[in-house]
Design a protein. Structure first.
Length: 462
């Protein structure tokens, strides 16, 4: 019995099924053979302004038969989970925008099935399952086999994998388009290998650790071919609108709209006194549907560069609105004349800290390398992850050192009480100063202040 027949048997056993589930399940189960003939998008009827993004979520939350069906058909249950973090992908699934793959390979007791992909001109989402004995604790690394012409900007890295659970691999492409074919190799290793690599990294207190590949238990290769109908999807909307933020000038050049996401491209004008390092923004159509930042990659590039900057938002591709407006609510800045932060590790003193940043501690745990912790108050500086560690650090002689590890937490260990403290709007950022022997370092934060706009800056798109 093949996969379609198995799914059909499961569907036949369901006592009651809502229409929305029935149409979604049947479409996904039988469309593989019909896909080449159809070559179209199916825009399911929607009721209400946000139905294309929320219908699947509401069905899961409000319909008992639907929830029951998801529990009895494994891939539907996992697909329902995916909706929570990606409105764009859930809209794609609701509109039949899925390419089934269904290819399975087994080796050394591990079975991998590439179930299906959601792909367009600039993004690849690969859904797969791995089956292995549940007592094993396995990790997987992905080798994409991409040449230099098809390097991706963001891609999924090593992760722990759960047997039988649907997993997602995501790749974002910027300057080039998604290739028509891609080699993907699943490289599995166990907990002992992961622990060894982590221990070696932590043990190198005064040296930059060399990258070492794990001793893989097995490697399972796949050759994926993407349907050209999907890889051609996307459009560019010219805008070319000038605007001002806190006295700094910019041009919104264009918007790229794809089924999986949307990109806003802008460039800085001449004569600005501060570099734009981040934006809080969203799109809204005439029906009040709002499209906000997705998880994962949210921005790339720099407005001051020749290429400009790109900001990612959820896609409007499957919405029914005809008009779009971009709203900017907050901007992050790095003043061009801002001095570096000077940190005296032995005295615990710091100069030129950005707005909303406080030094919590500088210490040498277990007599090893220095480790510093800063507190970030999000109301004043936003929720940036590696604000203090991104650019590494310098000693007093001007020698530069990389920061290879950093950690951000919604809480911190109080150095006086040694108790874990969690406060709303406070994030800690900790990182070691590997390879450094002195007492004074200089840091170059990615931002030093923010501007909030009580009335959002509005820019018509179309």
């Amino acid at each position: 019995m093949n996969r379609n027949e198995e799914y059909q048997a499961l569907l036949t056993g369901l006592e009651t099924m809502p229409d929305a589930l029935e149409s979604t399940a049947q479409r996904a189960l039988i469309r593989k053979n019909a896909l080449q003939k159809k070559r179209r998008l199916f825009l399911a009827p929607v009721i209400g302004m946000a139905a294309c993004f929320t219908a699947f979520v509401l069905l899961v939350n409000l319909s008992i038969p639907f929830a029951s069906a998801c529990g009895r058909i494994p891939w539907l249950r996992e697909l329902a989970k995916a909706v929570a973090f990606s409105p764009s992908l859930s809209a794609a699934v609701e509109n039949e925008y899925v390419q089934p793959i269904g290819e399975t390979k087994s080796q050394d007791g591990i079975t991998v099935t590439v179930e299906y992909v959601i792909v367009d001109r600039k993004q690849v989402n690969i859904f797969y399952t791995a089956q292995f004995p549940k007592e094993q604790e396995l990790y997987v690394n992905y080798d994409y086999g991409l040449d230099e012409d098809h390097g991706s900007l963001e891609f999924s890295g090593s992760t722990q994998v759960t047997s039988g659970e649907l997993q997602l691999i995501k790749l974002q492409f910027v300057e080039c388009d998604v290739p028509s074919v891609m080699d993907l190799c699943f490289q599995f290793y166990n907990y002992d290998q992961a622990a060894r690599l982590n221990a070696e990294l932590n043990a190198s207190a005064f040296e930059t650790p060399e990258h070492r590949e794990p001793d893989y238990l097995t490697e399972i290769p796949f050759h994926l071919e993407f349907d050209p109908y999907y890889t051609a999807q996307g459009e560019i909307i010219p805008v070319d609108t000038a605007f001002t933020l806190d006295g700094q000038r910019f041009i919104l050049t264009e918007v790229e709209r794809y089924p999986t996401h949307l990109r806003v491209n802008l460039r800085a004008g001449e004569g600005n006194t501060a570099d734009l390092t981040g934006l809080d923004l969203y799109l809204e159509n005439e029906h009040g549907e709002r499209f906000e930042r997705p998880g994962g990659l949210t921005a790339s590039g720099a407005p001051e560069s020749e290429e400009g900057a790109t900001f990612w938002l959820d896609s409007t591709f499957f919405s029914h609105g005809q008009h779009l407006t971009l709203y900017i609510t907050q901007a992050r800045w790095k003043d061009k004349d801002a001095p570096r932060v000077r940190l005296d590790l032995t005295e615990g003193t710091v100069e030129n800290l950005p707005q909303g940043i406080r030094l919590l501690k500088a210490e040498r745990p277990y007599g090893g390398s220095w480790e510093v912790t800063f507190l970030k108050f999000t109301e004043e500086i936003g929720d940036l992850g590696n604000l203090m560690s991104c650019h590494g650090f310098w000693d007093e002689a001007g020698n530069h050192y990389e920061v290879l590890q950093s950690a951000s937490n919604y809480g911190y260990l109080d150095p006086e009480t040694e108790e874990w403290v969690e406060e709303d709007g406070v994030i800690s950022e900790s990182f070691p100063l590997r390879g450094f022997y002195g007492t004074v370092v200089y840091l170059d934060p990615t931002s030093n202040r923010i501007t909030k706009f009580d009335t959002p800056v509005a820019i018509p798109i179309k």
